[in-house]
Design a protein around this ligand. Structure first.
Ligand code: ZN
Length: 302
């Protein structure tokens, strides 16, 4: 567990390295174009919302989750994980036009666990890595439209940017103060992207089990990381939302059960598919797929 604060340069390298890894065709293959095309085809034939006979309560529904990272006003800076503010605005228009309602993960969990209804055509807008561009560009737009989004933050990075005056939107991340402001008015649900597992150092690939690591040691590593994040959220007076966002979308066969035993009730992966949720099916919550939103392509929703 990293207990010292690394220099800013290391943070930048880690974050940018993470983005590159996300795009590697040999690592999380979930972002591959072929995969997205196949999943979109599958999505178009997926089950439509159904109601229990004699009632109007929807028991099964489709939930697309969009995955964003960085926003910029400079088109020359866009890449697979960074789109323009202009395109993001267009996305919000299209989401509204197509009748989708951005919902919070608390609502999604309530549907799966308790059957509480969700609005028609629910969608989740998720942002990873806690970039400050979310606070400056996305937050005012979402607030104005009364839309929800999730923002997954890396604990030690938020800590670092809360202590430096260097805030350049090209790379800076939100401070705890900014995160609290966005959580308090209900616009953003701040989620854990781990305290310090957004790394491939020392044989670790995000929150996945290391090669040769015992299940006990793996469990202890996840528990320690979560404890750090829990304390950070407590210090920042942020609600500890029980949703974990796997760094790089990497996980192992035992990850979900361990996370669950530690209090997590939903987890975001990175594979491109529409989620089919059923009231009472809480397993689906632990393997939620998401569509990356790259520049230069249509929004991957019907
Ligand atoms: Zn990430």
């Amino acid at each position: 567990m990293r207990k010292t604060i690394p220099p800013l340069l290391v943070i930048l390298l880690l974050l940018s390295a993470g983005c590159v890894r996300d795009l590697s065709p040999t690592l999380p293959a979930e972002l591959g174009a072929a995969s997205i095309t196949a999943e979109q085809t599958a999505a178009s034939t997926a089950a439509k919302p159904t109601a229990v006979p004699g009632t109007t309560a929807v028991q099964e529904l489709r939930l697309p989750i969009l995955m964003y990272h960085q926003l910029t006003t400079k088109p020359e800076r866009t890449h697979e994980l960074c789109i323009t503010l202009e395109l993001f605005k267009q996305d919000l228009d299209e989401i509204e036009k197509k009748g989708y309602t951005p919902v919070s993960m608390a609502q999604v969990i309530d549907f799966c666990e308790q059957g509480k209804p969700l609005p028609p055509k629910p969608i989740v807008l998720s942002f990873d890595d806690g970039y400050e561009s979310f606070y400056v560009y996305a937050y005012p737009l979402l607030k104005e439209r009364k839309m929800h989004a999730t923002l997954a933050v890396i604990g030690w990075v938020a800590d670092r940017f809360s202590k430096v005056s260097d805030h350049r939107l090209k790379y800076s991340c939100c401070t705890w103060e900014q995160l609290r402001e966005m959580a308090e008015d209900g616009t953003a649900e701040v989620l854990s992207h781990s305290w310090d597992l957004h790394t491939m150092e020392k044989g670790r690939n995000g929150a996945a089990q290391k090669k040769g690591e015992s299940i006990e040691d793996y469990r202890a590593a996840l528990a320690e990381d979560m404890e750090y994040m829990h304390k950070a959220f407590e210090r920042a007076k942020l609600p500890d939302v029980p949703v974990f966002v796997y760094p790089y979308g990497a996980f192992s066969p035992d990850s979900a059960e361990i996370l669950r035993s530690l209090g997590i009730r939903a987890a975001f992966q990175c594979d491109s598919r529409v989620n089919i949720l059923r009231a009472g099916d809480t397993d689906a919550l632990m393997r939620l797929g998401r569509f990356n939103r790259p520049p230069g392509k249509p929004l991957p929703i019907e």
